[in-house]
Design a protein around this ligand. Structure first.
Ligand SMILES: Cc1cc2nc3c(=O)[nH]c(=O)nc-3n(C[C@H](O)[C@H](O)[C@H](O)COP(=O)(O)O)c2cc1C
Length: 196
């Protein structure tokens, strides 16, 4: 029941109607004990798979580990201290990786980060559809992650994602509890758009 009240706090007051999945997604820090089944996780990667990308390069790669595995501990060790307490209960940790260059030409792909972000956005919305929530994190040690995953110079870990089903906010300690219970806010549309 407490998770329901968190959902109420986090549901945005939009200026215009949007798809319910867009309104539903937010970044929690409290996760339940429930594991994510492999086919559910693959549904998230399927959503990422069908994202658009420049030249259909699909410059995204995902490395992941389920809670309770050595891989999970290895990825968790790469997180910055501020992200470690609340991610302990995540069901899955994902590293989202861009390939820096086009496969055919080996030239730099200037849109690689953009396209990874597109794929990640689709992944997150598919997650919301399945009542799975994701929390993206730039707070991780990039060099350590490269070592753990044995990445080449062509691969850049851009962000990590903690995935899981919603837990109760009250399971968190400060400062995470207050963040879990605060409303989401955004700039107004007229602050980031202009018509010519
Ligand atoms: C690329 C990226 C990096 C982020 N890094 C962190 C992080 O290291 N730690 C954290 O707690 N939240 C992180 N966040 C979550 C943002 O703070 C969060 O998305 C933002 O406050 C908006 O909240 P909402 O996702 O609930 O709408 C990150 C989000 C993105 C997209």
């Amino acid at each position: 029941m407490k998770a329901v009240s968190t959902l109420q706090i986090k549901t945005p007051e939009t200026e215009h109607d949007v798809h319910s999945l867009i309104a539903k997604r937010w970044s929690p820090r409290s996760f339940s004990e429930q594991a994510i089944a492999p086919d559910q996780l693959n549904a998230l990667f399927e959503a990422a798979r069908w994202s658009a990308s420049a030249n259909n390069e699909q410059p995204w790669e995902y490395a992941y580990a389920h809670k309770g595995t050595p891989g999970f501990d290895q990825l968790w060790d790469c997180l910055m201290p501020g992200n470690q307490p609340w991610t302990q209960k995540a069901a899955v940790l994902v590293v989202t990786i861009q390939r820096n260059t086009f496969a055919k030409t080996s030239k730099t792909n200037p849109w690689a980060t953009h396209d990874l972000g597109m794929a990640n956005a689709q992944l997150m919305l598919q997650a919301a559809h399945l009542d799975i929530y994701g929390h993206m994190m730039a707070g991780f040690d990039s060099n350590k992650t490269k070592e753990v995953l044995n990445l080449s110079d062509d691969q850049r870990p851009v962000c990590m994602i903690a995935l899981g089903y919603l837990g109760e906010a009250e399971a968190l300690e400060e400062p995470y509890l207050s963040r879990e219970l605060s409303a989401r806010n955004r700039l107004s549309i007229n602050q980031f758009t202009r018509e010519l």
